[in-house]
Ligand binder design. Structure first.
Ligand SMILES: Cc1cc2nc3c(=O)[nH]c(=O)nc-3n(C[C@H](O)[C@H](O)[C@H](O)COP(=O)(O)OP(=O)(O)OC[C@H]3O[C@@H](n4cnc5c(N)ncnc54)[C@H](O)[C@@H]3O)c2cc1C
Length: 500
């Protein structure tokens, strides 16, 4: 905690990965009189994965005053309108669906029909309730159009990015140094504490000691300060998110350039494919309880058509869960040091951004003292747990059921109360979205996202052939919607052209 409500004078950030440099940029932009140092170890290095974002990365760049043209080209970045989930369902017609980002302004024209058709489909009518037909972002992804519209287009499209994580780190490090952040190459080997438990200084192997009145722990999975020195408790998510490893390798990029991340279900987990300007980033997130690392690598190579290639694979262990207190004593953990949820919805950077910006807001509002820590930590915990529920729901509702891995996920019984309520409403409510709002159960994702996932996997009762009289009116509305989305699409350029 801070001793009083003023801004910290001296801040040390341990770790120079994406989280460390994001924190440094945000703090240096807001607190121009604070002295900020980032220490990073050459012996440890950064995790070097994490190349897809949500629209929060745009919020981050907005907050530090940079526009797309000022950073994207330097980071091999591309645009992203959402994530396509492939082969998570074997229900005919639902083998693939697209999850667009939330809160698009054109949604007011398209969402009501999606919700209406879901309810009709729930009652057994043969209407089109597949999410791919309802959103401009899905149309952009299908036609490989960039998400920044011509100037005269009246609706904004929220978008995220794909980027080379190493290049983004270098870019942010250079930018932060331009804001007077000091970069120190050194390895922290010891942490000194005051009598009250607050951190006094970190000591480097070269004998240097870095004192500060506030510390930010961005040291990755090790969590040197928060879980190490301060012994903050870790709450594991392993019980219902069983994936604990990943194998990663690049492949050649294709043209036209996609504007979506692809997440494909494999035998014992799922593979991401992220389009960057000069390569695809690929990885397979899997559980070692079901396959070993050699099998996972072979399966990923097969999936990417790289069985005969000598492209190198990297193997990583992952630990899912979060700390109980992200802000504890005079230390805030940001990034992998505060927790991690498998990257199925690419939420880690969003959580890091939320954590730092919310902390800055707290301190600026005079709430930087211990009495406000609980409310802060509860809020961040809710965000983590809400995302966990959404990811668990992907597994619980998978419609593959073709081997033990997928059967075990569908049989998962350890669901949070909130997730149980959402699934109950999906199967029983006469108005799923209205009831979600009324019971305030949607958590970290808006009802649109829940509806996209559940409808996208084809989680519907069978069509009732005795009740098929009224679908002509639904089809007429769908034709109007198709036309509306197609006409909106005329305002967008091919993705590659937009990047130029
Ligand atoms: C398989 C996988 C896929 C992912 N995909 C996504 C994704 O698509 N989207 C997304 O948003 N996120 C994703 N993530 C998460 C994302 O990679 C991280 O959140 C992000 O890179 C931030 O990492 P970090 O900065 O917390 O840690 P790291 O990158 O691990 O950085 C740790 C830093 O701490 C320093 N350090 C460690 N020990 C010491 C020491 N003793 N002394 C000094 N310095 C030290 C290191 O030198 C390094 O600079 C993924 C993660 C994994 C594992």
């Amino acid at each position: 905690m801070l001793e009083n409500t003023s801004l910290p004078k001296k801040i040390v950030i341990v770790g120079g990965g994406t989280a460390g440099w994001m924190a440094a940029n945000l703090l240096a932009t807001r607190w121009k009189n604070s002295e900020i140092q980032v220490v990073e170890s050459q012996d440890v290095g950064i995790i070097g994965v994490g190349e897809g974002s949500t629209p929060h990365l745009k919020l981050f760049f907005d907050a530090i005053g940079l526009q797309d043209q000022q950073w994207m080209a330097q980071c091999n970045a591309t645009y992203k309108t959402g994530i396509r989930f492939e082969h998570w369902s074997k229900v005919a017609g639902f083998e693939s669906y697209f999850h667009p980002f939330a809160a698009q302004t054109d949604d007011v024209f398209t969402l009501p029909l999606f919700y209406k058709n879901i309810q009709a489909r729930m009652q057994g009518l043969a209407v089109n309730a597949h999410p791919d037909h309802y959103f401009l972002e899905s149309y952009l992804a299908k036609h490989k159009l960039g998400p920044v519209p011509d100037e005269c287009f009246p609706f904004g499209v929220a978008y995220g990015y794909h980027f080379d994580s190493a290049l983004l780190g270098q870019f942010l490090a250079t930018h932060a140094q331009g804001l007077k952040v000091k970069r120190i190459i050194g390895h922290v080997e010891n942490v000194l504490q005051h009598e009250n438990g607050n951190i006094k200084a970190v000591c480097l192997t070269d004998g240097c000691q870095l004192d500060a009145d506030f510390f930010i722990d961005c040291s990755g999975f090790q969590s040197l300060l928060l879980q190490g020195a301060l012994q903050a408790k870790f709450v594991s998510y392993q019980d219902n998110l069983v994936n604990n490893a990943a194998v990663v390798m690049p492949s050649n990029i294709t043209s036209p350039l996609p504007v979506e991340t692809k997440s494909t279900a494999l035998t014992s987990g799922w593979a991401w494919q992220i389009p960057l300007k000069e390569r695809f980033g690929n990885g397979y997130v899997y559980s070692k309880e079901y396959i070993d690392s050699d099998q996972a690598e072979t399966e990923l190579r097969q999936h990417l058509n790289l069985l005969d290639s000598d492209v190198e694979a990297r193997h990583l262990s992952i630990k899912v869960g979060r700390v109980e207190q992200h802000w504890y004593k005079n230390c805030l953990a940001v990034g992998l040091s505060q927790g991690f949820i498998e990257p199925l919805e690419a939420t880690a950077i969003a959580l890091a951004f939320n954590t730092i910006s919310q902390f800055i807001q707290c301190v600026e509002q005079g709430k930087g003292t211990s009495q406000f820590q609980k409310a802060f930590n509860d809020d961040i915990n809710q965000r983590f747990d809400g995302i966990r529920d959404y990811i668990v729901c992907h597994y619980k509702m998978n419609q593959r059921l073709d081997n033990d891995y997928w059967l075990d996920r569908a049989g998962e019984q350890q669901l949070s109360d909130n997730l149980n309520r959402i699934l109950y409403l999906w199967h029983n409510s006469k108005d799923f979205v209205q009831d979600m709002f009324q019971h305030n159960v949607w958590g970290a994702y808006q009802p649109k996202s829940w509806a996209c996932m559940l409808a996208g996997y084809g989680v519907f009762p069978s069509i009732n052939k005795a009740h098929q009289m009224n679908t002509a009116a639904y089809q007429h509305e769908m034709t109007g919607l198709d036309d509306f989305i197609r006409r909106c699409g005329l305002n967008f350029k091919i993705h590659e052209q937009q990047l130029k």
